[in-house]
Design a protein around this ligand. Structure first.
Ligand code: IMP
Length: 407
């Protein structure tokens, strides 16, 4: 079986960890292809709850080989802490593979992320402050540090020296911060080298060989379609490509190998950080979604902004990712509402618009046009099949399928 992509069809936090975990037994490799420890996957197995930030969810499935692909940015301190945390709870992480080409987040990336957000004031992106944007900026600027550099101390020194020459000027002169010492950063990163060495591999080669042998590879996106740096609500996005194209570049697997692209959607919508969000609720319905849905970030603990389901966004995700399937999560959170609004189109300055506006300014003005579906009061968290759901919940799912372009 070829490669499958599983990604967020909204603004992230759709419950991808759960979906990956359900598919975990059927796949041999679970690969993260972008992002870093800005992500947060919560996986519950039995009475154990695991919050993962950098490791692919497949790490919890013993038959799976978890892979951190070249498109990911790695904070080694966070990675090692996550590995140790799992080992302490008896989870074997020895199968983990890390791409030689993945880029590293360093202390200066973290500092620049935080101070530049502070300087943006009201215009801030609302980043997770983990150094993600600055690390990707260095990658594109061709001054990043890659995993493979850890194993060549003189190259590593040269690269840290080169980077700090600029960064220290910016930190000291623009942001009024202390500069960093080359030796200190070098020492810290050389220590990581020894611990990380057993995990490092040519992951593109490994995955392509696995596909040739007929093994299943699951490419797991972080964040979501609307946080994509090319296709999302720029500039209120993350600095990588969570969309399906990113799965190829971030793993070294060609697009012709990918046979399915599964989009995860929540039965309503959430977003963290700044930026437009047409169906956002500022009333008690929003509060109710947040508290029943437990909508607080796994990574930062921030409250998520909550709103109704937005079908134009789902249709956009179908288009941008070539989705072949939808995976709907958190339907049970909607139990108890008398009527449930679903956004089917937008009103942009008096005109009905069916698609996501191509202009960001128009998207900022977009007002949701709702259709109202009857709710249900029966608890559904024990339902395992569509037929176990009350008629109105089934009708809600059917309606989402119709307006999201799932058929
Ligand atoms: P960064 O990825 O830390 O640079 O943050 C950029 C934007 O992406 C901010 O709005 C973050 O809140 C958002 N973001 C980053 N990671 C996640 C995630 O895993 N879930 C939801 N939003 C995220």
């Amino acid at each position: 079986m070829p490669a499958i992509v599983l990604l967020g069809a909204q603004w992230g936090d759709e419950g991808k960890g759960k979906a990956t975990d359900l598919l975990g037994d059927k796949v041999k490799y679970v690969v993260r292809y972008q992002g870093g420890n800005n992500a947060g996957h919560t996986v519950v197995i039995g009475d154990q709850k695991y919050a993962l930030h950098l490791l692919p969810s497949g790490i919890l499935t013993p038959s799976c080989i978890p892979v951190i692909g070249n498109g990911v940015v790695i904070d080694p301190a966070v990675l090692l802490e996550e590995i140790r945390g799992l080992n302490d709870r008896g989870v074997d992480t020895s199968q983990l593979k890390i791409s030689t080409n993945a880029h590293l987040i360093t202390p200066y990336h973290r500092t620049i992320d935080k101070v530049s957000e502070r300087f943006l004031g009201k215009a801030k992106i609302g980043t997770t402050g983990r150094g993600i944007g600055p690390a990707y900026a260095d990658k594109i600027n061709r001054i990043g540090i890659r995993v493979q550099d850890l194993f060549d101390p003189s190259i590593l020194r040269q690269k840290i020296e080169g980077a700090l020459r600029d960064k220290n000027q910016v930190l000291i002169k623009v942001f009024n911060r202390k500069g960093l010492e080359v030796d200190e950063v070098l020492r810290e990163y050389l220590d990581y080298a020894e611990i990380l060495r057993p995990y490092v591999a040519d992951t593109s080669l490994l995955l392509n060989k696995a596909l040739e042998k007929g093994e299943n590879v699951l490419l797991e996106g972080s964040q979501g379609t609307l946080l994509d740096v090319d296709h999302g609500t720029y500039p209120f996005v993350t600095s990588s490509n969570p969309t399906a194209g990113g799965a190829s570049t971030g793993s070294g697997i060609g697009p012709t190998r990918i046979s399915r692209v599964i989009g995860i959607v929540k039965a309503y919508t959430t977003r963290v950080g700044s930026g437009p969000f047409p169906t956002e609720l500022f009333d008690e319905d929003g509060e109710k979604l947040r508290s029943i849905g437990g909508e607080f970030g796994t990574t930062t603990g921030r409250s998520r902004r909550c709103g109704w389901y937005d079908a134009p966004i789902a249709r956009y995700a179908v288009r941008i990712n070539g989705l072949t399937d939808f995976f709907l999560t958190k339907l049970d959170v909607l139990t108890g509402w008398e009527k449930i609004p679903v956004c089917v189109a937008y009103d942009v300055d008096g005109t009905r618009v069916e698609e996501l506006p191509a202009s960001q300014s128009d998207f900022h003005h977009a007002q949701p046009i709702y259709e109202y579906l009857p709710g249900w009061s029966e608890p559904i968290s024990q339902a395992r099949e569509l037929k176990d759901l009350p008629a109105n919940a089934r009708a809600y799912v059917k309606f989402l399928e119709e307006v999201s372009g799932a058929q």
